[in-house]
Design a protein around this ligand. Sequence first.
Ligand code: ZN
Length: 169
Amino acid sequence: MILPILKFGEAPLHERAAEVGGLTPDIQRLIDDMIETMYAAPGIGLAAPQVGVSLRIFVVDLSVGRKADDLVVLVNPEFLELEGVQIEEEGCLSVPGFNATVARPMRAVVSGLDRNGETITIEGKDLLARAFQHEMDHLDGKLFLDRVRGIKRDLIVKKIRKLSRAGKW
Ligand SMILES: [Zn+2]
């Protein structure tokens, strides 16, 4: 089922998500729905808080469904290593229509449970490392805008507030 994606300003996006206690049938259904929602958007990543569920789960697929091997499902993820720096333009399904330049580590090693409850460790570089960090931020209640400084951030937030007042957000 394709789930509605929350937008900037809605509570679960701005709160720290809770650890997943067990991979129950409900959680399996949520993971299926998140994958379907990510592909439908289309997007390369989606975190559970974006569909209103404040739990530590994200899905990432740089191929957006074209290559089965590219799909990553992580439950209760943690970073083992972060290194280097990359500066790229970034956007988010929860902040549609806005992009900003965000500096992030170039390489990320993330570990967590897959959907079968097995511990997996994945190394990401460049865009994959960025996607892991972007989605992990969602689990901590952070959006990419929170990593943008000063005028650029204020400008985007002001535009969102204006859209919101006009009922267009
Ligand atoms: Zn996002």
